[in-house]
Design a protein around this ligand. Structure first.
Ligand SMILES: Nc1ncnc2c1ncn2[C@@H]1O[C@H](COP(=O)(O)OP(=O)(O)OP(=O)(O)O)[C@@H](O)[C@H]1O
Ligand SMILES: [Mg+2]
Length: 471
């Protein structure tokens, strides 16, 4: 029997040892010796110190009450420490000391130690610490990046949009962001999230137009295994992933009717069901929706639910197109030059007044995104410190006043027989139409490009045949 007990103890993966108060090792199993290679003296010293500690507590307890000390009253706590390995290395171990009572006297006779190597656990814990730290600094970076101060512009319209969003950010209110493509809707949505109490939870963006009708529901709400052909595993949706954070529904008008109904329920009841599932789940998400479409028109046409529109439209914020806020252009150009200088290690100083005039005359259908692309390209290609007109892509000149005049004269085709008066009128009509088109149908800008007052422009525009105007 004794032999068998030794055999069993020697087979244990944890180190087990027993010490008496005279520093005598009663038991020291193979794992202590071989696996850890821990020095006996160090262990024995610690165990004896522990034994004395147990005895003192035991005496104290005995003095306080006559009743017997329950087993486990002195059960030791886990203790973590670094022990020197015989090979010179240090090992992280966790030891549990347990007192062993003398059955006759009832006093503590020995202490048993069970040692576990926790080096791997320790390594994982340290790795976790490191990752959490990294996550913290990445989050700080994101917060800095999506700070409202990183949204550039000084025009009254952008200032108004920023003021509105800064006010609503700390609340849970649903926000609807309206504006043409590239005006900064997603940038603003992120700024709202990172300046809200939900900042440390995820910001999850879903582009509602990127999925066919059948898939958008599963993308948003997730599905159970076997919910549809091909659903081999259960999968959580974006609503689940945005738990505690913000769900950004981009291009919200493109949601299928079924998905619209579910989103409405999500807003009203904060509830949803994964596809093919029985259970109803609660969603703790803040919604931000965006669109570059005319939502009211969609409602009138019957493709977008009116009740959902009203729910989303609690707090609308409109981002104006770049061509309607010319004062933002130079500020954005400088901001982008600095940004790309930093990213590409370049040293551009700015743009020449002529180049700025060309940039200002262009109608920017792609808004800030398009400007950003142009400035990136310019930063890569420009060989000079100050960007000149020759560094700009040629399509930007289509709206520049001089270039336009030239293009028109060349493209004017006259019939074989013509009176001068007719041809002048014809030339004028074409010039007015071209100016209007290239300004993105902005009459004020078209008038400016042609060097006319607004009223003269309107007077001339009234004479232009409809078919010349397109649109
Ligand atoms: N005011 C601004 N200041 C700085 N950067 C801006 C500003 N507005 C937009 N941007 C930048 O322009 C790019 C386009 O912005 P964003 O993606 O937010 O546009 P969007 O309105 O969501 O467009 P879409 O409707 O096409 O999705 C982004 O890289 C964004 O960082
Ligand atoms: Mg977007």
């Amino acid at each position: 029997m004794k032999y068998e007990l030794d055999y069993v103890l020697d087979s244990a993966l944890d180190g087990i040892f027993i010490v008496d108060e005279n520093h005598r090792l009663v038991l020291f199993n193979r794992a202590c010796e071989e696996l850890f290679g821990i020095s006996r003296d160090e262990l024995v010293d610690r165990a004896c110190w522990k034994l004395a500690d147990f005895k003192a507590t035991w005496k104290e307890k005995r003095a306080g009450s006559e009743s017997r000390i329950a087993y486990g009253d002195l059960a030791s706590k886990k203790e973590r420490m670094v022990l020197a390995h015989k090979g010179g290395m240090e090992v992280w171990v966790e030891t549990i000391y347990t007192p062993i009572y003398d059955p006759e006297s009832g006093g503590i006779a020995y202490v048993m130690g069970v040692i576990k190597d926790i080096s791997e656990q320790k390594r994982l814990e340290e790795e976790r610490e490191r990752l959490l730290e990294q996550l913290g600094s990445m989050r700080e970076e994101l917060e800095r990046k999506y700070n409202f101060s990183e949204i550039v512009g000084r025009s009254p319209s952008i200032m108004k949009a920023l003021k509105l969003t800064a006010e609503v950010a700390p609340r849970n209110t649903t926000v609807l962001l309206l504006g043409e493509s590239g005006t900064g809707k997603e940038l603003l949505a992120r700024a709202i999230h990172y300046n809200s109490p939900r900042a440390s939870a995820p910001f999850v963006a879903v582009n509602c137009s990127a999925f066919p009708d059948t898939l958008i529901e599963s993308e948003l709400f997730g599905h159970e295994k076997g919910a549809f052909t091909g659903a081999e595993k259960a999968r959580p949706g974006k609503v689940r992933r945005a738990m505690g954070g913000t769900l950004f529904l981009d291009e919200v008008t493109e949601l299928s009717p079924a998905a619209q109904a579910k989103i409405l329920r999500l807003i009203q009841e904060r509830e949803y069901e994964p596809l093919g599932g029985e259970s109803t789940l609660t969603a703790d998400v803040r919604l931000i929706a965006a669109t570059n479409k005319d939502v009211e028109k969609r409602v009138r046409e019957g493709t977008f639910r009116e009740d959902l529109y009203y729910r989303l439209c609690v707090y609308p914020v409109t981002l104006p197109p770049l061509r309607e806020r010319p004062e933002d252009l130079p500020v954005l150009v400088n901001f982008l030059i600095r940004k790309f200088n930093r990213e590409m290690g370049k040293g551009l100083k700015g743009v020449s007044p002529e180049a700025l005039a060309v940039l200002s005359s262009y109608h920017w259908p792609g808004n800030v995104r398009e400007l950003q692309n142009v400035m990136e390209r310019v930063t890569i290609l420009s060989k000079r410190e100050v960007v000149g007109t020759s560094d700009l892509p040629t399509y930007l000149f289509q709206d520049a006043p001089e270039a336009k005049g030239e293009a028109q004269i060349m493209s004017l085709r006259l019939p074989k027989k013509f009176s001068l008066e007719n041809s002048v009128q014809r030339f004028e009509n074409e010039a007015v139409a071209a100016a209007l088109k290239s300004s993105g149908y902005n009459k004020a800008r078209a008038a400016k490009n042609l060097g006319l007052s607004r009223s003269t422009f309107r007077y001339k525009l009234a004479k232009v045949p409809k078919e010349l105007l397109g649109n």
